[in-house]
Design a protein around this ligand. Structure first.
Ligand code: FES
Length: 245
């Protein structure tokens, strides 16, 4: 050691340092490529909004009509179209659209409530000459729920009036029995004379009259918005009947 120090001091280079080779780094190993990256990922299928709507509507239509027509084939076709042509993304959007559409239709339906179309309360029933004395006409019973009666048996007056075809017991529709000259209720057996006055069964009061008058054109006109009850003394009202002279 002392000798080497002397050599350095004297300017001599050690023999070992003269023989040293430059160090060369080994080449880097190749970076392994993941197997998944080697395969090219398939391009996602892109469809336009129009295609999505068409597919959704077609499959839903097949499914719904298949259900209505009880056709499993058509329903199966709808399911097949849906799952074959719809990607999950499309299916999600189509489902959202379908739910939104149904909710919108339900709301729109709510805005238009059911309308019950009833026959008018005022209507013409022809001239008085169409109704002979002591007859009951069933002509308007089914459509308007009234009989036109022409009789002289109520207080001896020759009258035409319109009787309501509603039993005063529980609201059934009686029948006019021409042979027995009475109205008979099929529900609990109430009976009414041609005048409308009750005489048998549980009905507590006579049938009701509705409004009747001779219109400007000479025809009889019924007004069902007007009601006249015998027990209330309303059959004396001129609007409840037509005097035949
Ligand atoms: S409803 Fe007519 S007798 Fe009962």
């Amino acid at each position: 050691m002392v000798r080497a120090a002397r050599k350095v001091t004297s300017g001599e280079v050690p023999a070992k340092a003269e023989a040293a080779e430059p160090v060369v780094a080994p080449p880097m190993p190749a970076k392994p490529v993941p197997s998944s990256a080697k395969k090219k990922a398939p391009e996602p299928v892109r469809r336009s909004l129009g295609t999505i709507i068409t597919v959704a509507v077609t499959s839903l239509a097949c499914f719904v009509f298949g259900g209505l027509l009880s056709s499993p084939l058509l329903m199966g076709l709808g399911v097949l179209i849906w799952f074959t042509l719809m990607s999950p993304f499309m299916a999600a959007w189509a489902s959202i659209g379908a739910v939104t559409g149904i909710a919108t239709l339900g709301t729109a339906r709510f805005m238009f409530p059911n309308v019950l179309v009833e026959p008018p309360s005022k209507f013409k029933v022809g001239p008085a000459s169409d109704y002979p004395l002591n007859t009951v006409s069933n002509k308007w019973k089914d459509l308007f729920g009234i009989w036109i009666v022409h009789t002289d048996q109520y207080e001896g007056k020759n009258l035409i009036y319109a009787l309501s075809a509603v039993c005063t017991h529980l609201g059934c529709t009686p029948n006019w029995l021409d042979g027995e000259q009475k109205f008979k209720c099929p529900c609990h057996g109430s009976g009414f004379y041609i005048t409308g006055v009750n005489f048998e069964g549980p009905a507590p009061r006579p049938l009701e009259r509705v409004g009747l008058r001779i219109a400007e054109d000479g025809l009889l006109e019924v007004d069902k918005s007007l009601k006249f009850q015998e027990e209330m003394g309303q059959w004396t009202d001129p609007a409840s009947c037509v005097d035949v002279v």
